[in-house]
Design a protein around this ligand. Structure first.
Ligand SMILES: [Zn+2]
Ligand SMILES: [Zn+2]
Length: 301
Protein backbone atom coordinates (compact mmCIF):
# COMPACT_ATOMS: atom_id res chain seq x y z
CA UNK A 1 0.00 0.00 0.00
CA UNK A 2 1.25 3.48 -0.72
CA UNK A 3 1.97 5.61 2.33
CA UNK A 4 -0.95 7.92 1.55
CA UNK A 5 -3.30 4.97 2.11
CA UNK A 6 -1.84 4.30 5.55
CA UNK A 7 -2.06 7.96 6.47
CA UNK A 8 -5.65 8.00 5.25
CA UNK A 9 -6.56 4.98 7.34
CA UNK A 10 -4.74 6.43 10.36
CA UNK A 11 -6.70 9.66 10.02
CA UNK A 12 -9.90 7.67 9.69
CA UNK A 13 -9.13 5.77 12.88
CA UNK A 14 -8.29 8.98 14.69
CA UNK A 15 -11.45 10.46 13.24
CA UNK A 16 -13.53 7.77 14.88
CA UNK A 17 -12.01 8.51 18.27
CA UNK A 18 -11.84 12.29 18.29
CA UNK A 19 -14.49 13.02 15.66
CA UNK A 20 -12.08 14.90 13.44
CA UNK A 21 -10.54 14.19 10.09
CA UNK A 22 -6.89 14.91 9.43
CA UNK A 23 -5.42 15.73 6.07
CA UNK A 24 -8.33 17.89 4.96
CA UNK A 25 -9.45 21.30 6.04
CA UNK A 26 -12.88 20.05 7.03
CA UNK A 27 -13.89 19.12 10.55
CA UNK A 28 -16.27 16.18 10.60
CA UNK A 29 -18.27 15.40 13.69
CA UNK A 30 -19.79 12.06 12.86
CA UNK A 31 -22.28 11.19 15.56
CA UNK A 32 -23.38 8.12 13.58
CA UNK A 33 -20.00 6.56 14.36
CA UNK A 34 -20.69 6.56 18.08
CA UNK A 35 -21.64 3.07 19.30
CA UNK A 36 -25.27 2.95 20.34
CA UNK A 37 -25.57 -0.71 21.24
CA UNK A 38 -23.38 -3.63 22.18
CA UNK A 39 -23.71 -5.11 18.70
CA UNK A 40 -22.72 -1.91 16.94
CA UNK A 41 -20.00 -1.38 19.58
CA UNK A 42 -18.52 -4.79 18.82
CA UNK A 43 -18.59 -4.12 15.08
CA UNK A 44 -17.09 -0.68 15.57
CA UNK A 45 -14.33 -1.99 17.86
CA UNK A 46 -13.56 -4.83 15.44
CA UNK A 47 -13.25 -2.42 12.53
CA UNK A 48 -10.94 -0.17 14.56
CA UNK A 49 -8.73 -3.12 15.42
CA UNK A 50 -8.57 -4.12 11.76
CA UNK A 51 -7.68 -0.57 10.79
CA UNK A 52 -5.02 -0.28 13.50
CA UNK A 53 -3.57 -3.68 12.64
CA UNK A 54 -3.18 -2.65 9.00
CA UNK A 55 -1.31 0.47 10.12
CA UNK A 56 1.10 -1.24 12.49
CA UNK A 57 1.27 -4.48 10.51
CA UNK A 58 1.07 -3.44 6.85
CA UNK A 59 0.80 -7.06 5.71
CA UNK A 60 -2.64 -7.34 7.32
CA UNK A 61 -5.78 -7.89 5.24
CA UNK A 62 -8.00 -4.78 5.18
CA UNK A 63 -11.13 -6.98 5.20
CA UNK A 64 -10.43 -9.42 8.04
CA UNK A 65 -7.28 -8.04 9.69
CA UNK A 66 -5.38 -11.32 9.38
CA UNK A 67 -1.95 -11.85 7.88
CA UNK A 68 -2.22 -11.43 4.09
CA UNK A 69 0.09 -14.39 3.62
CA UNK A 70 -1.64 -16.71 6.07
CA UNK A 71 -2.84 -18.95 3.23
CA UNK A 72 0.53 -19.06 1.51
CA UNK A 73 3.64 -21.05 2.11
CA UNK A 74 6.83 -19.24 3.17
CA UNK A 75 8.28 -19.74 -0.33
CA UNK A 76 5.39 -17.96 -2.10
CA UNK A 77 5.27 -14.81 0.03
CA UNK A 78 7.12 -12.53 -2.40
CA UNK A 79 4.52 -12.66 -5.20
CA UNK A 80 4.46 -8.94 -5.85
CA UNK A 81 0.80 -8.69 -4.89
CA UNK A 82 0.23 -5.20 -3.50
CA UNK A 83 -3.51 -5.48 -2.86
CA UNK A 84 -3.93 -5.77 0.93
CA UNK A 85 -6.39 -8.68 0.90
CA UNK A 86 -5.69 -12.22 2.08
CA UNK A 87 -6.39 -15.07 -0.34
CA UNK A 88 -9.56 -16.07 1.51
CA UNK A 89 -11.07 -12.59 1.30
CA UNK A 90 -9.96 -12.18 -2.33
CA UNK A 91 -11.63 -15.47 -3.21
CA UNK A 92 -14.84 -14.52 -1.40
CA UNK A 93 -15.24 -11.12 -3.08
CA UNK A 94 -14.14 -12.28 -6.53
CA UNK A 95 -16.82 -13.20 -9.05
CA UNK A 96 -15.45 -14.36 -12.39
CA UNK A 97 -18.78 -15.36 -13.93
CA UNK A 98 -19.17 -13.83 -17.42
CA UNK A 99 -21.17 -10.60 -17.62
CA UNK A 100 -22.57 -8.52 -20.43
CA UNK A 101 -20.21 -5.60 -21.01
CA UNK A 102 -23.17 -3.37 -21.82
CA UNK A 103 -25.72 -3.90 -19.02
CA UNK A 104 -23.33 -5.60 -16.57
CA UNK A 105 -25.67 -8.50 -15.83
CA UNK A 106 -24.53 -12.15 -15.84
CA UNK A 107 -24.91 -14.04 -19.09
CA UNK A 108 -23.21 -16.96 -20.83
CA UNK A 109 -20.26 -15.56 -22.75
CA UNK A 110 -21.18 -17.20 -26.06
CA UNK A 111 -24.63 -15.70 -26.62
CA UNK A 112 -25.83 -12.14 -27.09
CA UNK A 113 -27.51 -10.45 -24.13
CA UNK A 114 -31.28 -10.30 -24.11
CA UNK A 115 -31.47 -7.97 -21.11
CA UNK A 116 -29.77 -4.84 -22.52
CA UNK A 117 -32.94 -3.69 -24.30
CA UNK A 118 -35.08 -4.25 -21.19
CA UNK A 119 -32.61 -2.37 -19.01
CA UNK A 120 -32.56 0.53 -21.49
CA UNK A 121 -36.37 0.64 -21.48
CA UNK A 122 -36.38 0.61 -17.70
CA UNK A 123 -33.94 3.53 -17.75
CA UNK A 124 -36.18 5.45 -20.15
CA UNK A 125 -33.57 5.41 -22.92
CA UNK A 126 -33.50 3.95 -26.43
CA UNK A 127 -30.24 2.22 -25.60
CA UNK A 128 -27.88 2.00 -22.67
CA UNK A 129 -25.92 5.24 -22.74
CA UNK A 130 -22.57 4.17 -21.30
CA UNK A 131 -20.20 2.48 -23.74
CA UNK A 132 -19.22 -0.36 -21.42
CA UNK A 133 -19.56 -1.23 -17.75
CA UNK A 134 -16.96 -2.99 -15.61
CA UNK A 135 -18.25 -4.94 -12.61
CA UNK A 136 -16.26 -6.58 -9.83
CA UNK A 137 -19.09 -8.89 -8.79
CA UNK A 138 -22.63 -9.51 -7.74
CA UNK A 139 -24.10 -7.45 -4.89
CA UNK A 140 -24.48 -10.34 -2.48
CA UNK A 141 -22.66 -12.34 0.19
CA UNK A 142 -19.15 -11.20 1.09
CA UNK A 143 -18.90 -8.52 -1.60
CA UNK A 144 -22.15 -6.95 -0.38
CA UNK A 145 -20.84 -6.97 3.20
CA UNK A 146 -17.59 -5.38 2.03
CA UNK A 147 -19.37 -2.68 0.03
CA UNK A 148 -21.57 -1.85 3.03
CA UNK A 149 -18.48 -1.75 5.29
CA UNK A 150 -16.91 0.63 2.75
CA UNK A 151 -19.74 3.12 3.29
CA UNK A 152 -18.26 3.87 6.73
CA UNK A 153 -15.18 6.09 7.17
CA UNK A 154 -13.16 3.19 8.58
CA UNK A 155 -13.84 1.22 5.38
CA UNK A 156 -11.94 3.48 3.00
CA UNK A 157 -8.94 1.12 2.91
CA UNK A 158 -11.26 -1.72 1.95
CA UNK A 159 -12.82 0.32 -0.87
CA UNK A 160 -9.32 1.09 -2.16
CA UNK A 161 -8.42 -2.60 -2.12
CA UNK A 162 -11.62 -3.54 -3.97
CA UNK A 163 -10.91 -0.82 -6.53
CA UNK A 164 -7.48 -2.34 -7.12
CA UNK A 165 -9.12 -5.73 -7.51
CA UNK A 166 -11.57 -4.28 -10.04
CA UNK A 167 -8.69 -3.07 -12.22
CA UNK A 168 -6.87 -6.38 -11.81
CA UNK A 169 -10.03 -8.26 -12.87
CA UNK A 170 -10.58 -5.95 -15.87
CA UNK A 171 -7.14 -5.08 -17.29
CA UNK A 172 -8.97 -3.67 -20.36
CA UNK A 173 -9.69 -0.55 -18.26
CA UNK A 174 -6.03 0.37 -18.74
CA UNK A 175 -6.55 0.44 -22.53
CA UNK A 176 -9.51 2.85 -22.59
CA UNK A 177 -7.28 5.93 -23.11
CA UNK A 178 -9.24 7.76 -20.43
CA UNK A 179 -8.98 11.50 -19.86
CA UNK A 180 -10.73 11.57 -16.48
CA UNK A 181 -12.19 9.44 -13.70
CA UNK A 182 -15.18 10.91 -11.89
CA UNK A 183 -17.20 9.62 -8.94
CA UNK A 184 -20.96 9.52 -8.66
CA UNK A 185 -21.42 12.58 -6.44
CA UNK A 186 -23.11 12.52 -3.07
CA UNK A 187 -25.21 15.36 -1.73
CA UNK A 188 -23.06 17.33 0.73
CA UNK A 189 -25.40 16.82 3.68
CA UNK A 190 -25.44 13.04 3.18
CA UNK A 191 -21.66 12.98 2.84
CA UNK A 192 -21.29 15.07 6.00
CA UNK A 193 -23.46 12.64 7.94
CA UNK A 194 -21.66 9.59 6.55
CA UNK A 195 -18.16 11.01 6.80
CA UNK A 196 -17.12 9.39 3.53
CA UNK A 197 -18.21 8.70 -0.03
CA UNK A 198 -17.19 5.30 -1.40
CA UNK A 199 -17.46 6.49 -4.99
CA UNK A 200 -15.03 9.31 -4.22
CA UNK A 201 -12.54 6.93 -2.62
CA UNK A 202 -12.87 4.61 -5.61
CA UNK A 203 -12.41 7.37 -8.17
CA UNK A 204 -9.28 8.70 -6.48
CA UNK A 205 -7.77 5.22 -6.22
CA UNK A 206 -8.58 4.20 -9.79
CA UNK A 207 -7.39 7.53 -11.18
CA UNK A 208 -4.10 7.23 -9.32
CA UNK A 209 -3.64 3.59 -10.44
CA UNK A 210 -4.29 4.48 -14.08
CA UNK A 211 -2.36 7.76 -13.98
CA UNK A 212 -5.50 9.62 -15.13
CA UNK A 213 -6.84 12.91 -13.68
CA UNK A 214 -9.52 12.66 -11.00
CA UNK A 215 -12.29 15.19 -11.53
CA UNK A 216 -15.59 16.21 -9.93
CA UNK A 217 -17.39 17.79 -12.85
CA UNK A 218 -20.80 16.44 -11.93
CA UNK A 219 -22.59 17.88 -8.92
CA UNK A 220 -25.66 16.67 -7.11
CA UNK A 221 -28.01 19.62 -7.02
CA UNK A 222 -30.66 18.40 -4.63
CA UNK A 223 -31.34 15.57 -2.29
CA UNK A 224 -33.94 13.93 -4.50
CA UNK A 225 -36.55 11.53 -3.25
CA UNK A 226 -35.19 7.99 -2.74
CA UNK A 227 -35.63 5.93 -5.88
CA UNK A 228 -37.62 3.31 -4.00
CA UNK A 229 -40.28 5.89 -3.15
CA UNK A 230 -40.78 6.74 -6.83
CA UNK A 231 -42.70 4.70 -9.39
CA UNK A 232 -40.64 2.74 -11.91
CA UNK A 233 -41.84 5.07 -14.67
CA UNK A 234 -40.64 8.19 -12.84
CA UNK A 235 -37.27 6.83 -11.70
CA UNK A 236 -35.20 8.01 -14.71
CA UNK A 237 -36.58 11.55 -14.37
CA UNK A 238 -36.05 11.49 -10.59
CA UNK A 239 -32.45 10.34 -11.04
CA UNK A 240 -31.53 12.83 -13.75
CA UNK A 241 -33.12 15.75 -11.86
CA UNK A 242 -30.43 15.36 -9.21
CA UNK A 243 -27.35 16.03 -11.32
CA UNK A 244 -25.80 18.79 -13.38
CA UNK A 245 -22.53 19.17 -15.23
CA UNK A 246 -20.08 21.82 -14.09
CA UNK A 247 -18.11 23.69 -16.76
CA UNK A 248 -17.18 22.26 -20.12
CA UNK A 249 -13.75 20.85 -19.35
CA UNK A 250 -14.92 17.33 -20.18
CA UNK A 251 -16.04 18.23 -23.71
CA UNK A 252 -14.28 15.89 -26.12
CA UNK A 253 -12.96 13.72 -23.27
CA UNK A 254 -13.15 10.01 -22.54
CA UNK A 255 -14.56 9.58 -19.06
CA UNK A 256 -14.93 6.72 -16.56
CA UNK A 257 -17.74 7.15 -14.00
CA UNK A 258 -17.41 5.03 -10.87
CA UNK A 259 -19.75 4.04 -8.08
CA UNK A 260 -19.77 1.36 -5.42
CA UNK A 261 -23.14 -0.21 -6.30
CA UNK A 262 -25.40 -0.24 -9.35
CA UNK A 263 -28.92 -1.49 -8.74
CA UNK A 264 -31.26 -0.25 -11.45
CA UNK A 265 -28.43 1.71 -13.09
CA UNK A 266 -30.61 4.85 -13.07
CA UNK A 267 -27.99 6.98 -11.31
CA UNK A 268 -25.18 5.94 -13.64
CA UNK A 269 -27.43 6.47 -16.63
CA UNK A 270 -28.43 9.97 -15.44
CA UNK A 271 -24.78 10.96 -14.98
CA UNK A 272 -23.82 9.48 -18.34
CA UNK A 273 -26.57 11.57 -19.96
CA UNK A 274 -25.25 14.62 -18.13
CA UNK A 275 -21.71 13.98 -19.39
CA UNK A 276 -22.87 13.40 -22.97
CA UNK A 277 -24.86 16.66 -22.81
CA UNK A 278 -21.65 18.53 -21.97
CA UNK A 279 -20.11 16.76 -24.98
CA UNK A 280 -17.96 14.07 -23.40
CA UNK A 281 -16.87 11.83 -26.27
CA UNK A 282 -17.45 8.49 -24.60
CA UNK A 283 -18.50 7.43 -21.12
CA UNK A 284 -17.57 4.18 -19.42
CA UNK A 285 -18.85 2.97 -16.05
CA UNK A 286 -17.26 0.88 -13.31
CA UNK A 287 -18.88 -0.46 -10.14
CA UNK A 288 -17.78 -2.73 -7.35
CA UNK A 289 -21.10 -4.55 -7.25
CA UNK A 290 -24.09 -4.98 -9.54
CA UNK A 291 -27.51 -6.12 -8.39
CA UNK A 292 -28.17 -9.10 -10.62
CA UNK A 293 -31.95 -8.76 -10.29
CA UNK A 294 -31.79 -5.29 -11.86
CA UNK A 295 -34.91 -5.80 -13.98
CA UNK A 296 -37.76 -4.44 -11.91
CA UNK A 297 -35.65 -4.02 -8.76
CA UNK A 298 -35.50 -0.87 -6.71
CA UNK A 299 -32.54 1.41 -6.13
CA UNK A 300 -31.95 0.94 -2.41
CA UNK A 301 -28.66 2.79 -2.03
ZN1 LIG B 1 -8.85 -11.31 4.76
ZN1 LIG C 1 -26.70 -6.93 -21.48
Amino acid sequence: MPNSGKIGRLSVSVNSFVCSKLGTNEMVIDYRRLPISWVSCKGWARQQLIELSTIFFPASCVACGQDIFKDQSQDNRQTGNDIPLCETCRFEVTDLSPRCGCCGLPRPSDISCSLCRKIAQQLGEEKILWQQIFVLGSYQNRLRESVLAGKRPAGEGLVEALSDLLIEQHPAIRDLKLDAVIPVPMYWRKRWKRGTNSANTMARKIASRLGVPYRCDIKQKILARPQKSVSAKMRPANASAKFSGVGRQLAGKRVLVVDDVATTGATLSAITRCLLEINATVVYAAVLARTDEAIGSEDNR
